[in-house]
Design a protein around this ligand. Structure first.
Ligand SMILES: N[C@@H](CCC(=O)N[C@@H](CS)C(=O)NCC(=O)O)C(=O)O
Length: 208
């Protein structure tokens, strides 16, 4: 059985939980990271050299980096799933939007989330949060215009790109984000994600 290391309040751990639940793959999740600690040990660092979550163990195979874990799970355990299509161009399109999550929207979303959820109100740097929110809104606008033309992020089909980005869209809509613009197609996509049982159960939780 796959062992998933990481607290379930981590966005990157949530991605892996969501995929495993969507695919109906049995797993055993162990709470580490954040207030649970446990990521500084030599044993854990051998799995995840930076001491971050998530990491997985699949038999004697260990892996880190959430998006790589998503791809590995599909390749190793669900090769026929449309979540990670085999056709090279379709696959590359999914991967490009997974990279967009890691390299483009991750930074402003982390600033907004850490500022609004994990920082006491009196200690918040509201100017920095507002600047990050404007930056994030620009990235969400890119997705809103894609979603005006198609049902999901990479194409009309639900894929790993929706999982990588769908984690954040819940936070975007439930946090009290200053100046958040309307994004009707993004909101419609979010509503569709909420209809997926695994998303409703494991992802659409109060941010903490
Ligand atoms: N690029 C890494 C980033 C992992 C990461 O930053 N994880 C955060 C939680 S979302 C973390 O481990 N924070 C410290 C902790 O939870 O102890 C990935 O996608 O797996």
């Amino acid at each position: 059985m796959i062992k998933l290391w990481g607290r379930n309040t981590s966005s990157n751990v949530m991605k892996v939980i969501w995929l495993l639940e969507e695919l109906g793959i049995a797993y055993d999740r162990i709470d580490v990271g954040g207030s649970f600690g446990g990521t500084g040990t030599a044993e854990y660092r051998a799995m995840q050299p930076l001491g971050l979550v998530p990491a997985i163990e699949d038999g004697d195979f260990q892996l880190f980096e959430s998006n790589t874990i998503l791809r590995y799970i599909c390749n190793a355990h669900a090769p026929a799933t449309p979540f990670y299509p085999a056709e090279p161009r379709a696959r590359a399109r999914v991967e490009a939007w997974m990279d967009f999550q890691q390299t483009a929207i991750n930074r402003p979303m982390s600033t907004v989330f850490l500022g609004l959820v994990r920082t006491a109100p009196e200690q918040r740097d509201m100017a920095a949060i507002a600047a990050a929110a404007r930056d994030a809104a620009g990235h969400w606008a890119i997705l809103d215009s894609r979603l005006a033309r198609q049902a999901c992020i990479a194409s009309d089909d639900f894929s790993l790109a929706d999982i990588a980005l769908g984690i954040y869209v819940h936070r975007w809509f439930v946090m009290d984000v200053p100046g958040r613009p309307e994004a009707p197609h993004l909101r419609a996509w979010y509503q569709h994600l909420l209809a997926r049982p695994a998303y409703a159960r494991h992802i659409a939780l109060p941010p903490s």
